[in-house]
Design a protein around this ligand. Structure first.
Ligand SMILES: *[C@@H]1O[C@H](CO)[C@@H](O)[C@H](O)[C@H]1NC(C)=O
Ligand SMILES: *[C@@H]1O[C@H](CO)[C@@H](O)[C@H](O)[C@H]1NC(C)=O
Ligand SMILES: *[C@@H]1O[C@H](CO)[C@@H](O)[C@H](O)[C@H]1NC(C)=O
Ligand SMILES: *[C@@H]1O[C@H](CO)[C@@H](O)[C@H](O)[C@H]1NC(C)=O
Ligand SMILES: *[C@@H]1O[C@H](CO)[C@@H](O)[C@H](O)[C@H]1NC(C)=O
Length: 587
């Protein structure tokens, strides 16, 4: 062949090989199924040691994939933990960490939420051509200024499809299940009402006896105030469910108030349909389970079937949902091209006990504390990752990892670049998961209780120790309890905590139950260790910028003009009992 022809055929071959490489790279983009349970404890799944709660499908993931045994939620509370998961950043960086007692959104019509200048993995994966869906609970806000801006809604954060709860499942959402606002209502309404009634009676008596000239206007005022308070309470109780407990599909309210009938089935079926619709494109499915947060619920097939009451029923039904999703992946031949992740947003809620004394919270296994505090029980959560052929089945990783790590891991697998204009706190998990690295990239991790830096974890590069230094610890109540029962959840500041100077130090590698603090007399290097950790905390604090507080009182309050009401309801009743069908716009 003349050289010119040779050259041409060589170039042609080169071009073809480049093309096919690009093609196979596009085709090999893995799908992502991220399953996040709500308030499930690390002591609940069978694969983490539970022998009586049946979770065969979660266990199936563990058998076929990697089990993380020191997987940490970035926060022990829903809203901040989920904000961190979505953005790969500590929640203080996005303003999703409260300075007050209330650390999560309670009303659908509040103005706080995940800010628009934050970038979620969904937004970045969508840019890479992924079909994206969030099915289940969001809890990261809806509106900012009016009830049509959807500034915090999943659709503004990269999700093409959303079906589920914009806020969260709460006891108050289910008639007859009691109230999480119980103590608040008592303080805000019942106590003032009693004071008012007493004052009114006393004044009336004094007036009647002719002992005091009490103007009638004052008596009328007091009576009106009392009636106003009672009226407000009645309105709150009457309207709470429709106004805060509803389902959305996309940007439409689809059921108001939500019905618990077959709810897990309905959402699971929707997730399965999403997978079917998108079998030919790379997809991201975040299946954000509504269970096992209270109010607990289970369909006929699961109610009364477990050995752990209503909690066990709900957990076993959630496991069934996980199984349905694994099954459809199998059926469509997608298993080997899909990374499946399973976790919980935080530890089990220890204080979740009904007025009848029934335990409605899960198990944190051997670990102390639970949801709402940074003892291991609050943040050490299940962490399973399965990807046959890529991740070694049955591998166990005991190194510290975080739910923030999914962000860089997913982006790297999808071939997307990490944002360069901000700090990403998560680390790519693949080297650990594939056994290429034996050490976590997290030398230090910072444990926040809402806005406040609660503890530092240090895994020194040259040692097996896992040091954890608490700057403060919650005051458990009653004395000797494993949680803060009078307040339903532990608070993070003021008289609710005990500060520690020097910090309270544990070595989790020897004392995972956090029973015996290390002291200068038991650990000769105590002061060096504490100084190193304090230094890391100071350096970290310097990287945290002041940002608008999304959980300020103003942003938490119910704002009538942000309230959503289903389109087909009559007048202001906000009642649409039948779930509106998908209007065929789903991607
Ligand atoms: C709602 O707010 C958005 C953004 O602030 C604005 O563009 C829109 O016009 C507002 N809609 C109404 C109905 O006021
Ligand atoms: C729930 O699902 C079961 C079986 O799938 C069905 O028989 C029942 O009617 C459903 N209940 C409601 C309220 O839809
Ligand atoms: C299994 O889970 C149930 C429900 O949370 C709990 O009551 C039980 O103590 C757990 N068992 C173990 C061994 O942790
Ligand atoms: C999926 O991967 C596993 C593990 O590498 C392999 O045994 C199996 O044959 C693969 N299945 C398909 C359908 O390729
Ligand atoms: C680990 O390294 C630090 C300095 O980086 C040193 O002070 C410490 O003594 C080392 N510890 C061990 C167990 O070798």
């Amino acid at each position: 062949m003349p050289w010119r022809q040779k050259m041409m055929s060589f170039l042609l071959l080169l071009l073809l090989s480049l093309l096919s490489e690009a093609q196979s790279r596009a085709a090999s983009k893995p799908n992502f199924v991220l399953i996040m349970a709500d308030d499930l404890g690390i002591g609940d799944p069978g694969c983490y040691g539970n022998k009586t709660l049946r979770t065969p499908n979660i266990d199936r993931l563990a058998r076929g994939g990697v089990k993380l045994t020191q997987h940490l939620a970035a926060s022990p509370l829903c809203t901040p933990s989920r904000a961190a998961f979505m953005t790969g950043r500590y929640p203080v960086r996005s303003g999703m960490a409260s300075k007050s007692r209330v650390g999560v959104f309670l009303f659908s019509a509040s103005s706080g939420g995940l800010p628009n200048n934050e970038v979620t993995f969904a937004t970045l994966l969508k840019k890479e051509g992924y079909a994206t869906a969030l099915i289940g609970k969001w809890h990261l806000g809806t509106h900012c200024h009016n009830n049509t801006d959807f500034c915090h809604h999943p659709s503004s954060h990269g999700f093409d499809y959303f079906h589920g709860l914009p806020v969260t499942n709460l006891r108050d959402c289910k008639a007859g299940e009691g109230s999480v606002f119980g103590s608040g209502i008592r303080l805000l309404v019942f106590v003032p009402l009693q004071v008012l009634a007493l004052a009114l009676l006393t004044l009336c008596a004094l007036r009647g006896l002719g002992l005091l000239q009490v103007p009638v206007a004052l008596l009328v005022c007091l009576a009106l105030l009392g009636a106003g308070l009672l009226g407000a309470l009645a309105c709150f109780l009457h309207w709470f469910r429709p106004l805060n407990c509803f389902l959305m599909r996309g940007r439409d309210v689809s059921q108001q108030p939500l019905s618990y009938d077959n709810l897990t089935q309905r959402l699971t079926e929707d997730a399965v349909q999403f997978v079917r619709r998108n079998a030919d494109t790379p997809f991201l499915l975040v299946f954000s389970c509504i269970q096992v947060h209270t109010a607990l619920f289970a369909s006929r097939d699961f109610a009364g079937k477990s050995r752990h009451g209503a909690y066990g029923d709900a957990a076993e039904e959630m496991d069934w949902g996980v199984g349905q999703i694994l099954n459809v992946l199998e059926e469509l031949g997608l298993t080997n091209n899909t990374l499946v992740y399973f976790t919980s947003d935080q530890g089990a809620h220890v204080e979740e006990v009904t007025t009848k004394g029934e335990r409605h919270g899960g198990s944190n296994g051997i670990y102390k504390g639970g949801k709402g505090n940074n003892w291991e029980g609050g943040i050490r959560v299940p962490g399973l990752l399965r990807w046959p052929g890529v991740l070694q089945a049955g591998l166990e990783v005991a190194e510290p990892t975080s739910n923030m790590d999914l962000f860089p891991t997913l982006l790297s697998l999808a071939g997307a670049a990490l944002p360069e204009d901000r700090i990403i706190d998560g680390r790519d998990l693949m080297p650990l998961l594939q056994g290429q690295s034996q050490r976590s990239d997290h030398e230090f991790l910072f444990h926040y209780c809402n806005f406040y830096l609660n503890a530092v974890r240090w895994h020194p590069r040259n040692s097996t120790s896992i040091w954890k230094a608490f700057f403060f610890t919650p005051n458990f109540s009653p004395e000797g309890a494993n949680g803060c029962f009078p307040t339903h959840v532990c608070f993070c500041h003021g008289n609710f905590v005990t500060r520690h100077h020097p910090p309270l130090l544990f070595d989790l590698s020897r004392d995972p139950r956090e029973r015996s603090p290390v002291t200068p007399s038991t650990e000769p290097r105590f002061w060096d260790i504490v100084a190193t950790m304090q230094d890391a905390a100071d350096r970290h604090a310097h990287t945290v910028q002041e940002v608008p507080n999304q959980l300020s009182l103003r942003n938490l309050l119910w704002k009538p003009w942000l309230q959503m009401c289903c389109a087909s309801s009559s007048g202001l009743s906000c009642q649409c009992p039948r779930e509106q069908p998908d209007r065929g716009r789903s991607p």
